[in-house]
Unconditional design. Structure first.
Length: 99
């Protein structure tokens, strides 16, 4: 009976771990270079975003999914963010200041 419970726990952990790892990998470190609230865009210097095919870090302009996100940050802030490719190109879907 204990062996069955241990096996079930191992299976459950192996299923849960990849998704937890993916959530961590989705957050990209960056630095805000410019915020353009009128254009609903933000310029970020960031590391690689492998899931979007960006193997090297760079500075680029992103659209934001929700313009209210731009009120949370300013130039010079260190941030973590999630970028996703959609029909209109790449957009920031989540951003938060780094601690």
């Amino acid at each position: 009976m204990n062996t069955s419970r241990l096996a079930a726990a191992i299976v459950a952990l192996s299923i849960a771990m990849p998704s937890a790892s993916f959530a961590q990998d989705a957050m990209i470190n960056g630095e805000v270079k410019k915020v353009d609230e009128a254009a609903k865009k933000i310029t970020l210097k960031h590391g690689p975003i492998k899931r979007l095919g960006m193997d090297e870090g760079m500075t680029m302009v992103f659209r934001v999914q929700d313009p209210a996100m731009l009120k949370q940050v300013k130039a010079g802030d260190k941030v973590q963010f999630v970028a996703e490719r959609g029909n209109d190109g790449i957009a920031i879907t989540k951003i938060q200041k780094s601690k």
